[in-house]
Design a protein around this ligand. Structure first.
Ligand code: GLP
Length: 261
């Protein structure tokens, strides 16, 4: 696993967008399959990707996307749905073909069937080339809350009280208004991607980063599963390293060289 440490969120965003753009631009043949998250972590990266597209340096015409998760019970046009988030913050500003966008439908009559069909669609697309992700303060990946199976696939998950409190800021500050369940890709779904890139920034993620990098693989911090991935990168800012050992930070900075802060 690589740990790429940058000075701040802006540099993390620029680096991550450039990395994804390079992967898309050098991909040959069939469409590039990109897994995507929502949340504040990828927002800067999405802005950078949009700029690269507007500057004529990146096209999404040959890209298929699969989002990580969606709240159960929120219609696509709800202002806090992840459908809405993705169209507002990325898809409306780039040249992606609508039929190449996949986001779980939280309003499906049969949520179990929806999740199974999602896994099938990922397989039919040839699997995910690069899964971009963020992490919760407790180290959750997508909505794979602490205690999730590390080999889980796409399914319905009950959200923890902590996650509902963390996301209450988008629902008028009231955790009760945050949907109690969500559809999410599994830890195993992310692990099946050929490459995984996770953005971890800010002090509130410092413990999650420590547990994921220095702790053992543990279902209480589902992000820690990426220790078992052959091609995984965590991109973080200095603040997120607050709980890491000095030696750990020195080691990874030494590997990555002067490009990192
Ligand atoms: C939610 C999402 C995760 C996301 C996390 C952190 O729980 N399901 O995919 O990584 O929030 O969000 P943020 O990036 O806003 O800190």
């Amino acid at each position: 696993m690589r740990l790429v440490i940058h000075e701040d969120y802006e540099k993390v965003s620029r680096w991550t967008a450039a990395y994804i753009a390079e992967r898309i631009n050098t991909h040959k043949g069939k469409p590039f399959v990109l897994g995507l998250p929502t949340g504040s972590s990828p927002l800067g990266t999405y802005k950078e990707l949009i700029q690269l597209h507007k500057a004529g340096k990146l096209s999404f015409a040959n890209v298929i996307t699969f989002n990580m998760d969606e709240y159960a019970g929120l219609p696509a046009d709800h202002e806090q749905s992840y459908h809405r988030f993705m169209w507002d913050n990325l898809f409306s500003h780039i040249d992606i073909d609508k039929k190449n966008v996949h986001i779980l439908n939280g309003m499906a009559k049969d949520l179990k069937a929806e999740c199974a069909a999602y896994e099938e669609a990922i397989s039919a697309a040839g699997g995910i080339d690069l899964f971009l992700g963020g992490a919760g303060a407790d180290g959750h990946l997508a909505f794979n809350e602490p205690g999730s199976s590390l080999v889980s696939r796409t399914r319905v998950k009950t959200l923890t009280h902590d996650t509902r409190i963390a996301n209450a800021r988008f629902f008028g500050g009231d955790p009760v208004k945050v949907p109690g369940t969500a559809l999410t890709v599994g830890v195993g779904t992310v692990m099946s991607a050929r490459e995984v890139v996770i953005i971890v920034t800010g002090h509130t993620k410092a413990r999650a980063l420590r547990d994921a990098v220095e702790g053992g693989v543990n279902h209480m911090c589902t992000l820690s599963c990426i220790q078992m991935h052959q091609h995984a990168i965590i991109v973080c800012d200095e603040t997120a390293t607050d709980e890491l050992k000095v030696g750990t930070v020195r080691y990874f900075k030494g590997i990555e060289g002067p490009g990192c802060s």
